[in-house]
Write a protein that binds this ligand. Sequence first.
Ligand code: SAM
Ligand code: DTB
Ligand code: SF4
Length: 365
Amino acid sequence: MNQTRHDWTKEEILDIYNKPLMELLYEAATIHRQHHDPNTVQVSTLLSIKTGGCPEDCGYCPQAARYHTNVEGNDLMSVQQVKAQALRAKASGSSRVCMGAAWRNVKDGPEFDQVLEMVRTINKLDMEVCCTLGMVTENQAKRLAEAGLYAYNHNLDTSEEYYTEVISTRGYEDRLQTIENVRKTNVTVCSGGIIGMGESEQDRAGMLVALSTLNPQPESVPINALVAVEGTPMEDQKPVEIWEMIRMVATTRIVMPETQVRLSAGRTEMTREGQALCFFAGANSIFAGDKLLTTPNPDVNEDMEMFKQLGLIPQKPFIKISQPQTVEAADSQFTALGEKPKWSRPGHIIERNELAKEKGAVSKS
Ligand code: SAM
Ligand code: DTB
Ligand code: SF4
């Protein structure tokens, strides 16, 4: 069995990514079978608990307030609404709910307290709970852990070099610091990225170096294909080819043998055959539900039909790590510290982000 390595270099990863396809598939599938049941796929449901109006300038994101997309902003959902959605997700075969908020970072206060209550509520439904709320401090990560959080999603998105071409309002080091803060708890780390943003193969390999050299490696790695949303700076990006997705999934599987590799955004553009090759290459998780956060995703029934056709079985919850215990708010050991962490704000100019911002402003005037 291959041992997990934490010293992958960009050159090694590029060599893997560019292998003849049949070699790459064979190697990835072999490693996949050594570490996972190849017929089991995790099914996770996304829930946008706070949509739109985000102050950041992430060039791919339809929820950034400065770009002129058709996303309708919503306030934070209620705990009852979240519970109802989680029950629906469970009934449709999901073992995990991932709650996303269009926030730069978590702020202590009533809204975060409400999210903690959502975590407690879903954990009590015996589902894995994941959150993606932006940057978090160590104390906030501890409070999430205490509430019963199973995973925290915080993507590196791309290589450190290309990150500066995508986002100017936050820094790569803060992404890494957030992951480190989550690592100080028992919450598992979910971190991956996006392909199709105009990055080079070097950048794709660079992102995989950054993820695979984390020790421990993330327990799950979402691989998103850019959903090019009108109004965002990346609206004109050409779609990712299925072969790029397969190569990215296979390479991720080889350098991170234990991780759950998730086929994330972009599945509506993929055929069943394409997805089947991704599962063969080592993908063993999907986001299910007719919506991602704000953009469409394949219909649940279609996915279940695909599972049947391919002989795939949805993974049960808490297979890898046991269910966390929920501590009630009244018994909590960790209280809000009201910290004001100095997350970075590089503030450099990204031409295409500026253009997208201006374009909307001009068409509105
Ligand atoms: N606001 C939080 C943050 O940025 O950390 C959490 C939500 S954010 C929408 C979560 C992730 O979704 C991003 O890091 C990015 O990888 C992914 N994402 C956002 N828009 C996307 C798009 N148009 N296509 C593919 N992935 C996207
Ligand atoms: C991740 O890597 N992909 C998900 C989840 N983590 C939060 C989000 C995809 C969002 C795609 C664009 C949208 O629907 O807004
Ligand atoms: Fe905001 Fe997250 Fe979208 Fe960036 S990716 S604009 S932080 S919601």
